[in-house]
Design a protein around this ligand. Structure first.
Ligand code: GLN
Length: 208
């Protein structure tokens, strides 16, 4: 059974822990470096990326985590977590730092005021069994992805009622090796298949 940490500085830690447990992982809230050393993988939950970034530095987790990502720690970042995994941010605060690791440019609060938050069904590569029910909450999207990044999901051209969607085609889920990122929250809709995919990524990286 893999032990999967959930960064517990801010955000919906309990929902991620429940989703991980439901796919057979052991979930461990992580607030200090000693806890970080005990995990086979880590979830970076949503929240406010600038706040999480500040707390990562205050708790002394930023540098160890950055190093562990470079060494191949599997990490799944959701929403603000996706922003933290991005090598570059556009439209962030000028000095906003990230942990990095994924060769992507992320746009914060990308969906704009009109569609601030919404739920939708998305087909996602690596998640068989039909579309995933997802929640977007002041979500980012991936504006550019490097050659080593596999795009797993995009905003569809039309919504469930057939209307055209302004953000059609935007990348909202991606993978680069052991790093997984989604712009949306799958942990609050009761669909744990994205966490299942992350558990398989951890298994694969433990075997290699
Ligand atoms: N808007 C937040 C940010 O920019 C992310 C929102 C979320 O994680 N639900 O950090």
């Amino acid at each position: 059974t893999p032990t999967v940490g959930v960064l517990a500085l801010q955000g919906d830690v309990r929902e991620h822990a429940a989703a991980l447990e439901s796919v057979g992982a052991r979930a461990l809230p992580v607030r200090r470096t000693s806890e970080l050393e005990a995990v086979d993988g880590l979830v970076l939950p949503g929240g406010e990326s600038t706040t999480i970034d500040k707390l990562l530095h205050i708790f002394g987790l930023a540098e160890p985590l950055r190093a562990m990502i470079k060494e191949g720690l599997p990490v799944y970042g959701s929403c603000a977590g996706m922003i933290l995994l991005a090598d570059r941010i556009t439209s962030g605060t000028a000095d906003q730092r990230t942990l990095g690791g994924m060769d992507v440019v992320v746009r914060r609060n990308a969906f704009g005021r009109q569609v601030d938050s919404f739920e939708t069904d998305l087909e996602m590569t690596g998640v068989p069994g039909g579309p995933v029910r997802t929640a977007f909450i002041r979500a980012p999207w991936i504006e550019e992805a490097g050659a080593d990044v596999e795009v797993l999901a995009r905003i569809p051209a039309t919504d469930t009622s057939g209307r055209e969607v302004a953000a059609a085609g935007k990348i909202v889920a991606a993978r680069q090796g052991p790093l997984l990122a989604t712009a949306f929250h799958p942990e609050i809709t009761g669909d744990a298949r994205v966490h299942g995919l992350f558990a398989r990524i951890i298994e694969d990286s433990r075997r290699s």
